[in-house]
Ligand binder design. Structure first.
Ligand code: ADE
Ligand code: ZN
Length: 354
C-alpha cells in the first residue's frame, strides 16, 4: 500500500498548499485511541463469519450496515461484542490488524497506540494467546511494511469485575514486555474508575502505562477518579470534564492529553451535531486534545475523515489542525527523540502552508 501522505508532501513543497484537506493528508499523524475490534469492517465481518462458520444475524452487507445505527454507547457495545464473535483464530486477528494499518498508511498515520479487549475473547473461550499473537505479528509486519510504529494497550472491560481484570493481568504476564499499557473501556455509566483502583496499581507496579475512558458518557467526577485513583497518564475522550472549570484547569496545568473521537461522539449521540463538537473549545482552553477514530468501521471514518469532517463542521483553522497533529505525537508514549522527526516534518509542512 502506497503511503499517500509522502506524495502529498511532495506536491506541497512544489506548489504551496492552500487546501485544508490537502494539509490534513500531508501531515504525519499518530492515532492514540483505536479499538482494533472496532476496525472490523462489515465486509470483513461477513468474510470471517463464512470462513469460521459462525452464525451472525445478518444475511448481507446491507443488513450489517443497517444495524450500525446507535443512540448511545450501550447500543453500540451490544453490536460491537456481537461482531467480535467472528474473530476466532490468530489469522483473523492478524488480518484485522493489517487491514487497519493499511488504512493508517493511506491516511499518513505514522504511529499507532492501539487498544484491544482480551476479555471480549477469553470470555467466549478463545485462549488469551490467540488475539495477542495475531495482533502483534501484524503490528510487527506493519512496522516493516508501512513504516508505522506502535504501542499495544490492553483494556479491561469495566462492566466485568475487579477479579476478572486481575485474572486478565495475570494471563498477560508472558506478554508484559510487549504490552505498553492498560486501559479501561466498555459501559461507563455505573462502572466508576474506583472499581479498578487496585488492578491499575498492580499494572503500574509491572511497569505498564495507564489510560482510561472517562467522561465519554460518565460525569466529570469519573475523570477526577481516573486521575486520583487510577493515576492515568492520558484521558480517553474526556468530553464531560468541560462541565467543571476546576477540572479543566487541572488537566490543562498537568499537560494531560485527551484522546478525542469526534465521529464516535456523533454516532453515539455524545454530541447531536458535529457542529457542536467541543474540540475547538478544548484547544482554545489550552487542553492538549487529539483527534482519533475510536471504532472507525462502526462510526464512518478513519483518521483523515475524522480530521476533515470535524474541521469542516466546527471551522478548525490550519493552525489548529497543525496543533492537533503535533499533539498526537507529543501526547503519545514515544520518547522525545522518537517524536522529534515527526514534529520536524510537521514544522516543514506548516511553514509551506499558504
Ligand atoms: N469500546 C470500544 N469503543 C468504546 C467506546 N467508545 N467507549 C467505551 N468502550 C468502548
Ligand atoms: Zn474508545
Amino acid at each position: 500500500m502506497i503511503n499517500t501522505g509522502a506524495t502529498a508532501t511532495c506536491i506541497l513543497y512544489q506548489s504551496g498548499m492552500t487546501d485544508i484537506n490537502a494539509l490534513i493528508a500531508a501531515l504525519p499523524k499518530a492515532e492514540l485511541h483505536l479499538h482494533l475490534e472496532g476496525s472490523l469492517e462489515p465486509e470483513q465481518l461477513m468474510e470471517f463469519a463464512a470462513r469460521n462458520s459462525v452464525d451472525i444475524p445478518f444475511k448481507n452487507l446491507d443488513e450489517v450496515k443497517a444495524a450500525y445505527n446507535f443512540s448511545n454507547l450501550q447500543d453500540f457495545l451490544d453490536i460491537y461484542y456481537q461482531g467480535m464473535s467472528v474473530l476466532q483464530t490468530e489469522a483473523d486477528f492478524h488480518d484485522l490488524t493489517d487491514a487497519y494499518l493499511q488504512r493508517c498508511a493511506a491516511d499518513n498515520v505514522r504511529h499507532v497506540e492501539v487498544f484491544y479487549d482480551p476479555q471480549g475473547h477469553t470470555d467466549r473461550g478463545i485462549p488469551f494467546a490467540v488475539p495477542i499473537e495475531g495482533i502483534l505479528s501484524a503490528l510487527d509486519a506493519g512496522a516493516a511494511k508501512y513504516g508505522i510504529s506502535y504501542k499495544l494497550i490492553m483494556c479491561f472491560l469495566r462492566h466485568l469485575s475487579e477479579d476478572a481484570a486481575f485474572e486478565t493481568l495475570a494471563q498477560a504476564e508472558p506478554y508484559l514486555a510487549r504490552i505498553h499499557g492498560v486501559g479501561l473501556d466498555s459501559s461507563e455509566l455505573g462502572h466508576p474508575p474506583s472499581k479498578f483502583e487496585r488492578v491499575f496499581a498492580a499494572a503500574h507496579a509491572k511497569g505498564l502505562k495507564r489510560v482510561a475512558h472517562a467522561g465519554e458518557e460518565g460525569p466529570p467526577d469519573y475523570v477526577t477518579q481516573a486521575l486520583d485513583l487510577l493515576k492515568i497518564d492520558r484521558i480517553d475522550h474526556g468530553n464531560r470534564l468541560l462541565e467543571d472549570e476546576a477540572l479543566i484547569a487541572r488537566v490543562r496545568d498537568a499537560g494531560l492529553t485527551l484522546t478525542v473521537c469526534p465521529l464516535s461522539n456523533l454516532s453515539l449521540c455524545v454530541v447531536n451535531d458535529l457542529k457542536d463538537h467541543p474540540i475547538k473549545r478544548m484547544l482554545e482552553l489550552g487542553l492538549r486534545a487529539t483527534i482519533n477514530s475510536d471504532d472507525p468501521a462502526y462510526f464512518g471514518g478513519y483518521m483523515n475523515q475524522n480530521f476533515s469532517q470535524t474541521a469542516n463542521a466546527v471551522g478548525l483553522t490550519a493552525s489548529e489542525i497543525i496543533t492537533l497533529a503535533r499533539n498526537s505525537f507529543t501526547g503519545s508514549f514515544l520518547s522525545k527523540e522518537e517524536q522529534a522527526p515527526h514534529l520536524a516534518e510537521i514544522d516543514r509542512i506548516a511553514a509551506s502552508f499558504v
